[in-house]
Ligand binder design. Structure first.
Ligand code: DX5
Length: 211
């Protein structure tokens, strides 16, 4: 199973955002944009007007921590997003989820669905067979630098056992120790913010997460 490393820019120095992105570009696989609306999560981060200035060869992975994800698809399509993930908690109805997955795929991006730590895997039984990626949050979303919630490892194991070929992304408190546990449990796409952007040697920080 190839392990993808996805730096999340929430922990980067926004005063030097292009330089920060350049510092991980040769070593990472994707780049995650943490889009927060201050409503679905208590923090307010940025939208496409900021993200459009990022110049990178890395595929943009847009993590929509927003109450109305369908409203954001067009603007992220316009900046070339390759992966767009919405939260199951923000879109509870199956038809709305399927419509959103189709809308995302029509842009040429892959569609992901995210689960907060307390949301059970069963909550996505209706779409797990139709989705390109499941993002399992290992912190309560909103802020970088939090501690990895180890209880999520069981969710990774159960999801991997049920869906051997599904991409499983883990996000929140991922450092070399928790990354090793998450890989062992079956995650194949690791999102990390502070473990990478607080490091001086970004190449080494990413290599440590790959294991
Ligand atoms: C948290 C964000 C995460 C966060 C990860 O709500 O979704 O992507 O940036 O940051 P670390 O790796 O520092 O926990």
């Amino acid at each position: 199973m190839k392990i993808l490393i996805t730096p999340s820019i929430l922990s980067a120095d926004f005063g030097r955002l292009q330089d920060e992105v350049a510092s991980v570009e040769k070593h990472a696989d994707w780049l995650q944009l943490d889009v927060m609306d201050g409503h679905f999560v208590p923090n307010l981060s940025f939208g496409a007007p900021v993200a459009k200035w990022i110049k990178t060869a890395l595929p943009l992975d847009v993590h929509l921590m927003v109450t109305n994800p369908a409203d954001r698809i067009a603007e992220f399509q316009a900046i070339g997003a390759k992966h767009i993930t919405f939260h199951a908690e923000a879109v509870p109805m199956t038809k709305a989820r399927l419509d959103l997955i189709n809308a995302i795929r029509k842009t040429g991006a892959t569609a992901g669905i995210a689960l907060n730590p307390d949301t059970p895997l069963s909550s996505i039984d209706d779409v797990v067979g139709d989705i390109d990626m499941v993002l399992l949050m290992s912190v309560h979303p909103g802020f970088g630098g939090q501690t990895f919630i180890s209880a999520v490892l069981k969710k990774i194991e159960m999801l991997r056992a049920a869906h051997p070929r599904l991409m499983i992304q883990i996000d929140g408190g991922v450092d070399p120790l928790s990354a090793a546990k998450a890989r062992k449990a079956g995650a194949d796409n690791l999102v990390a913010g502070s473990a990478i952007f607080s490091a001086t040697d970004r190449a080494q920080a990413i290599a440590l997460l790959r294991g």
